[in-house]
Write a protein that binds this ligand. Sequence first.
Ligand code: PMP
Length: 283
Amino acid sequence: MIYLNGSFIRIEDARISVLDRGFIFGDGVYEVLPVYSHKPFRLTEHLRRLQDSLDGIRLKNPHSDVEWKGLLDQIIASNEGNDQYLYLHITRGVAPRDHSFPKDVIPTVFIMSTPLLGSPKELLTTGVSAITANDNRWLRCDIKAISLLPNVLLRQMATDSNAVDTLLLREGFLTEGSSSNIFVIKNEILLAPPKSHLMLPGITYDVVLELADAHDIPYEIREISEYDMRTAHELLLTSSTKEIMPITRLDGKLVGSGKPGKMFAQLHQLYQNYKATIMRETS
Ligand code: PMP
């Protein structure tokens, strides 16, 4: 079951106009959030980022947080699986094709749920491969825009090399992955690129830094040079659907020892504990 513009329907029955500005211009924003044991994880934070994305494209939020919560609860209840991930998508609506904003148009709102399977266990033991590329995206990567063509092309480069993601370098500095945030570990210090218009402010990124803070893991939020990245002892990839994953090969070379390191093991465990605590609290 999906939600589209006021109706809960089967995905096969969902229809939108070819004049939808999402279809024509990629004029919209989205969110992806995990649901564990039927409960949305970090809902407030995801809804706040959605609001920031909507503000970024000057589109009025069609729903209050309470309304969003009601819609999401219905979608969660009408889909299979304790663990799911929700995809929320808002476009500027249907209007004759013209770049300028149309007047008095109702935004298109779409929500769907997909089973959340989690990363295969063996990948957490072996780690995953990543490649690098120049970050050729626009300068508002902080907006979670549905126009994802550069991310799609960058991610396909990874897929073509049997890698999980492409790590992006802009003017010699690491920004993020094509669909993830990246942390670098050097000399037992967790390094995180600072939030800016050059990267998406990841919800998982925030959780990792909160956990580091709460558990006295040394960390620094600072620019990460290509040299820092290539000489890292560990590299970590984070996202709502992949949680925390160890990158053990970069451009075909081993990262550190080539095995998931101590920082990964510690943060992964803390993340699992945190999830369990949060889920208990919200039940
Ligand atoms: N950066 C990009 C470009 C992403 O697409 C994503 C999520 N898919 C992230 C970072 C991670 O964000 P989050 O932890 O909120 O999923």
